[in-house]
Design a protein around this ligand. Structure first.
Ligand SMILES: Nc1nc2c(ncn2[C@@H]2O[C@H](COP(=O)(O)OP(=O)(O)OP(=O)(O)O)[C@@H](O)[C@H]2O)c(=O)[nH]1
Ligand SMILES: [Mg+2]
Length: 425
């Protein structure tokens, strides 16, 4: 089975905590603080691996958690930052965070996108030394890493796509044109998943995709085709395969219109892609009839019209040439690396603004990214750390805002999910 969708959970590593430590040297009786900082937590990145063909590896595991940063140590030793956790995806993977609206398009070998940043490390106690607090007995905790759910969707990277009704002869043509060996049979829906083949010429290589047959309503979900219409979105040429002698006696002109209507319905630029019209299975009709049909179609459509037979090989070299001729030369893109357009730095609830709310008698709640982080970083059981937090709350104007809301010393305050008694001195 071909897996072209997956849902994964990614979690950046937590930052390591800063440490409380004091210098101890033989001749220095009372050393100053020397607690090192915690390391950043590891990032999670998605990386393109060209050896992967689909998203089936995500059926085995869909949770990816990067390692946490090391804690700081005495003697100003910084905690270690672990390696990035690389999650490999096939080329052509589109990554979306539906909640935040982020999107990455991973197409080139080695290209990567950092999707969950590790949390920053906490600062060691030496950062909190001041003239009036020469021996701080507290340090910051590391922050948690970024977490989110992502949907992955594989959109094949083919240059040209074979489209047509079921049984039109698409797979037979792919087999005649390339070394791919898709299943061929005389019933509709033989092809259940896209198959890729490569067309080679001395100077150029093109990837050709055989897409499961489209039927009326495919773009709205009928049959198998609609799932795979997304795969042809990246194609630069469509080869519309039309059976000259359909088994069911249907009218080729109507069949042509049905497929074109589905391509229009699907949107995403499919209707605007250049076409080659391939009148297939020519060996089943007398040559004059095939030629007459070709003349008619050349009047009717703007696309180049070719008559082919996968059975006898007639017209196949011409089709091959036409594909090379009509697939536009690729634009030169700066491949690899991270995509700056979609890259965002994670700042949990960035911004200095905060809100103060009374939640009961003698109880208040403060909300705000920076204030939350300040409290998350400290141990409410540590009286000295809480004195520092109070100083910061005062400097940030939070105490004043609380007082304006009716706060009195000793009331309960909830910040970042932690409730504590605030008694600013
Ligand atoms: N006589 C003749 N039969 C052909 C030719 N091309 C395909 N066929 C037959 O037509 C039937 C359908 O061919 P496929 O290549 O499987 O058609 P398809 O479009 O891939 O069909 P789906 O995968 O079901 O959408 C098979 O029985 C083929 O042997 C041809 O050029 N001449
Ligand atoms: Mg087929």
């Amino acid at each position: 089975m071909f897996h072209d969708r997956a849902k994964i959970y990614v979690l950046g590593g937590a930052g390591g905590s800063g440490v409380v430590s004091f210098r101890r040297e033989a001749h220095v009786p009372k050393g100053g603080p020397d607690g090192g900082d915690g390391g950043r937590g590891g990032d999670v990145a998605l990386v393109v691996d060209q050896s992967l063909r689909d998203l089936s590896s995500f059926r085995r595991g869909s949770h990816f958690k990067a390692a946490r940063g090391g804690h700081g140590q005495g003697a100003n030793k910084h905690g270690a930052t672990p390696d990035r956790l690389d999650v490999r995806v096939p080329p052509g993977t589109v990554v979306v965070d539906p909640e935040r609206g982020d999107r990455w398009d991973l197409t080139d070998a080695g290209q990567h996108a950092v999707v969950a940043r590790g949390g920053s490390g906490g600062r060691g106690n030496r950062h909190f030394a001041t003239p009036t607090r020469q021996a701080p007995r507290f340090a910051e905790k590391g922050l948690p890493g970024e977490e989110r759910w992502l949907t992955l969707e594989l959109k094949l990277l083919a240059d040209a796509g074979l489209v047509g009704l079921p049984n039109a002869g698409k797979s037979s043509l792919l087999a005649a044109l390339t070394r791919a060996r898709p299943k061929v049979a005389d019933y509709p829906f033989t092809t259940l998943q896209p198959v890729l083949g490569t067309l080679e010429r001395d100077d150029r290589q093109l990837v050709l995709a055989d897409i499961p047959g489209l039927i009326e309503g495919a773009s709205a979900g009928a049959g198998l085709g609609h799932e795979f219409l997304a795969h042809v979105e990246r194609c630069r040429l469509l080869i519309h395969v039309l059976d000259l002698a359909p088994l069911d006696g249907s009218d080729p002109a109507l069949n042509h219109a049905t497929v074109e209507a589905e391509l229009h319905e699907h949107g995403h630029g499919l209707a605007a892609l250049p076409r080659v019209l391939c009148l297939a299975k020519a060996d089943l009709v007398p040559p004059e009839q095939a030629e007459a049909a070709a003349r008619e179609w050349r009047e009717r459509v703007e696309a180049p019209v070719l008559v082919t037979s996968a059975a006898t090989g007639a017209g196949v070299p011409e089709l091959r040439d036409a594909i090379f001729e009509h697939v536009p030369e690729p634009e030169i893109e700066p491949g690899g690396g991270e995509q700056p357009a979609t890259h965002r730095v994670y700042r949990p609830g960035a911004g200095d603004s905060f809100s103060v709310e009374r939640v009961g008698s003698g109880a208040f709640r403060v909300d705000g990214g920076r204030i939350d982080r300040l409290v998350s970083r400290h141990d409410v059981e540590n009286a000295e750390a809480m004195r520092y937090v109070e100083e910061r709350l005062r400097a940030l104007g939070v105490i004043r805002a609380l007082e304006a809301a009716g706060f009195e010393p000793g009331d309960d305050v909830e910040i970042a999910g932690v409730v504590f008694e605030l008694d600013p001195g």
